[in-house]
Design a protein around this ligand. Sequence first.
Ligand code: NAD
Length: 265
Amino acid sequence: MDRSEPGIVVVGALGRMGRALQEAALSAGLPVEGLVDRPELSGTPSPVEGVSLALSGSWTEVAAGHRVAIVFSSPENTIEWLRSAKSHRMAIVSGTTGMGEAGEAALREAALHVPVVAAANYSVGVNLLLELVETAARTLGPAEYDAEIVEAHHKHKKDAPSGTALMLAKALAVGRGVELADVAVFGREGLPGPRPAGEIGIHAVRGGSVVGDHWVSFFGEGERIEFHHHAESRRTFAEGAVRAARWVAGRKPGLYTMRNVLGLD
Ligand code: NAD
């Protein structure tokens, strides 16, 4: 085995992303050396052809030097993994969304001990879109352009709005030099009245098997500028996360983003 390549541990291995991650790691030539999911599923063989491993129930069974844990799991389980970083000492690529303040704190704490990449979206296209939206927001100011974000995902998604929609809203707010919390409006109903200038509207649609769509629109008087990212397959997120795993292995402890991985900084 090529020890210059990190061994990959997939956490949430039986999930939609967990399966896509095993396939992407295999295609990228990174050895899959550990699979973790809920303890009661311990011993279940991987459903992915080419991965002859059984599931483990905890990090203690898979922790080893030169391994990177790619974690796309429940928020609670991901926070547990981040809090154990001091003990397991594996680099972490975290993709779980909807972790809130506790998740942010756990990411920062883990990054004191191991290198951590965190992103609500690992697609190269979305990470480029974040840059484009920030740039557009600098020119398309709140006096002339009303900014709205719409996202659509499959009916099983647990959190709303998506972590990606929140990142896009943050990029928009940064471009406009405002605090997102001061201008964000999550959905509208009743009689909200005329739209105040400067609001950033964020709306979530759920249904069927949609992998992930995001629209960012700037509505002006007489024109409309729209960005649309359409994820056709989970594979695009999985490939980005595997790329992040290869990049983060062996780095200094710290909290990194896909901007760092893609060299956009
Ligand atoms: P899923 O429900 O299909 O899979 C989650 C897996 O985690 C399941 O196999 C489940 O058994 C496991 N799990 C849950 N609790 C656990 C625990 N306590 N211990 C061990 N394993 C546990 O979900 P999914 O569609 O694969 O998405 C997972 C996460 O990844 C979600 O937060 C989703 O929003 C996020 N996601 C992020 C990106 C990105 O690019 N960052 C892309 C897609 C999905």
